[in-house]
Design a protein around this ligand. Structure first.
Ligand code: AMP
Length: 614
């Protein structure tokens, strides 16, 4: 028997959730369902998203409501459109075998007339974001006088977003004897206060310790110099080739810049922030869910309510202004029993913030080192080796080509073939990471603590200068052709009959080299190489132009070894609005100072409501 039946869920619903793969209740479902099914308690559940809380309250609701009747009996309030749609869709899935269940999603940024029409047709469960709900109440288009259950989902987020007043007004239209079920990932004083205000003697359930992050999440921090941040971030990503991550930035601009730089560098990335229209955001989320995007670069506000399973890494490219947001960010990974890693990339002065977060989440961070170029290459190389080892060959597909392939390799032994395949696949990034600098910076604790002292100092990356009186040229020979820099200088000078003094910086790579020559000699060099062979190969010299331009991005080459093949294009115009603009207003930041306004825009309407103190 499915254990959900033992908990008291009827078989029609158990059948539906079994199809969804719910074989055993999650801890919160196991504990909350029997309590909520009694229908006689107010309830406070301290639980993160990803713990199965939607079913924890959704299944009891489906048992308790009377679907023969078509009036609103349950109201679920949640902070974001995404969550609203998610809950609605989940409830519909759970109840697909139950007759006449009507669930309506009420949220901003979509046609209100469609929502009004749906309400008019008859509905038992309303899932809503507070702003649009209030709008509909003000139009007298809904009657909540017979509501028996109100669920406040992600209550801390709703308060954080300044919905307190709206919630008060909405709840005032519901009967006094309704039952209120509140779910929250964290329990700051504000949530305590609303629990007290709306509930009598609630049954409390805590999953894990209070304010503790999910136990499945490892927390790591990396200390780097500000100018090395992007390069360090890319190394972390390169070190984790299978990453499926959400990268949090503090501002829309930063979000966009990082996403665009990543796309340019060949990563599958895109941004999600409040300047995108709802349609654009939906499109990005669809691509992320489908995994066409590997890295989603997001602001806190835009990422609220994102419900994607199997996120392997959350990366705090910038730490959040409000400490509690760290919990929300990291809660996007380690969902549904999976493990996940939450990473913070910080500068030396931010170690104190890590300690503050540790106190809030009740877990310690591990200080990790940015992998060296060698580490990354090794990881990637063996990733491929393992893939080759484990690949399931479709014999039928490859069969027709095999004789010819075998014929091509008949003169080479196994070792030689393996070496060549490995080299070919990896020369791109072996080359990219050759001479890659150490990006770790020393970390300083506040007030001179020494916990992280001894971190390695980052070297300066030796960037190719591009002086105005030199021309930068590309030649298709490099270290794999057994050239040293001296050899290359000699080769160029002998061939083009110029003095060594006319040659500037030589940047020797694996299969090619960039070098500078005085402008006055540039043409002579190019002409001299027009018909030169090197070991049977045609030597090519070209103006470097944009090819392999270096710089940008704080000390490491801005291009990635992945080249420019991946990652979607740039979107067209970005229309404003769409987002409710919620992080404006006052709150306390890490320094304890009061900050005015947030980074993700805001209507300013609810200023003064948004306070977070630690
Ligand atoms: P939630 O915390 O409600 O957002 O749920 C997180 C994810 O876990 C969702 O994808 C659910 O479909 C899934 N889930 C919830 N309950 C169970 C369960 N008992 N067994 C398997 N998956 C579940």
């Amino acid at each position: 028997m499915n254990p959900f039946s033992t908990l008291g869920i009827r078989h029609d619903i158990v059948n539906a959730i079994t199809e969804l793969g719910f074989e055993n209740p999650t801890p919160i479902q196991e504990q909350a369902i029997p309590v909520l099914l009694s229908g006689s308690n107010d309830f406070v559940g301290l639980a993160q998203t990803g713990t199965g809380k939607t079913a924890a309250f959704g299944l009891p609701l489906l048992e308790l409501l009377d679907f023969e009747e078509n009036y609103p009996q349950a109201l679920i309030l949640c902070p974001t459109r995404e969550l609203c749609l998610q809950i609605t869709s989940d409830l519909k899935k759970y109840s697909k075998n139950v007759r006449n269940v009507n669930v309506v999603a009420v949220y901003g940024g979509a046609s209100i007339s469609d929502q009004l029409r749906e309400i008019k047709r008859g509905v038992q469960i309303v899932v809503a974001t507070p702003g649009r709900m209030l709008d509909i109440i003000n139009r007298k288009a809904i009657n909540f006088s017979e509501v028996s259950y109100v669920v406040l989902d992600e209550a801390d987020e709703m308060l954080n977003m300044g919905f307190q007043e709206d919630i008060d007004t909405i709840l005032a239209t519901t009967p006094d004897d309704k039952k209120t079920w509140l779910f929250s990932a964290t329990m700051p004083a504000e949530v305590r206060r609303i629990a007290k205000k709306y509930m009598t003697d609630p049954h409390e359930l805590t999953m894990g310790t209070k304010n503790t992050g999910n136990v499945n999440i490892e927390h790591e921090y990396f200390v780097v110099k500000a100018r090395d941040k992007y390069a360090a971030f890319k190394r972390i990503v390169d070190f984790n080739p299978e990453i499926f991550g959400i990268v949090f930035c503090r501002t829309k601009i930063e979000t966009q810049e990082i996403a665009e730089a990543l796309m340019k560098d060949g990563y599958n990335a895109d941004s999600l922030h409040g300047d995108l229209s709802q349609q654009q955001r939906d499109r990005v989320m669809k691509r992320y869910r489908e995994r066409s995007i590997q890295l989603l670069i997001a602001t806190d506000v835009a990422a609220r309510g994102i419900d994607v399973n199997d996120v392997t890494h959350v990366i705090n490219y910038s730490l959040p202004d409000e400490i509690e947001n760290y919990t929300h960010r990291s809660g996007r990974t380690g969902r549904a029993g999976k493990t996940g890693v939450s990473i913070a990339i910080i500068n030396s002065k931010e170690v104190g913030k890590i300690r503050q977060i540790e106190r809030v989440i009740g877990k310690q961070f591990t200080k990790a080192e940015i992998p060296t170029g060698f580490d990354v290459c090794e990881k990637q190389l063996f990733g491929l080796v393992h893939k080759v080892h484990n690949v399931d060959v479709n014999e039928e597909q490859i069969e027709q080509y095999l004789p010819r392939i075998m014929d091509e390799f008949k003169d080479m032994d196994k070792e030689e073939i393996i070496k060549r395949f490995a080299f070919l696949e990896f020369s791109r990034f072996l080359d990219y990471y050759k001479n890659a600098p150490d990006l770790n910076a020393p970390a300083f604790e506040e007030r001179g603590g020494d916990r992280d002292r001894g971190g390695r100092t980052s070297e300066r990356y030796d960037r190719t200068s591009s002086r105005g009186d030199y021309t930068r040229l590309f030649i298709n020979l490099g270290s794999v052709d057994d050239f040293t820099r001296g050899d290359m200088l000699g080769f160029i000078c002998n061939q083009s009959k110029i003095s060594g003094k006319a040659v500037g910086k030589i940047d020797l790579k694996g299969v090619y080299t960039f070098f500078e020559v005085e402008n006055s000699s540039a043409q002579q060099v190019q002409d001299a190489f027009k018909s030169v062979d090197f070991q049977g190969r045609n030597v090519r010299i070209e103006l470097a132009g944009d090819r392999g331009t270096e710089g940008g991005g704080g000390g490491e080459r801005s291009g990635g070894y992945r080249g420019n093949s991946g990652g979607g294009g740039f979107r067209g115009e970005r229309s404003g609005g769409g987002n409710r603009g919620n992080s404006g207003g006052g709150f306390r930041d890490f320094s304890g100072k009061r900050r005015e306004g947030g980074n993700s825009g805001g209507t300013g309407k609810r200023d003064g409501e948004r306070k977070r103190r630690f």
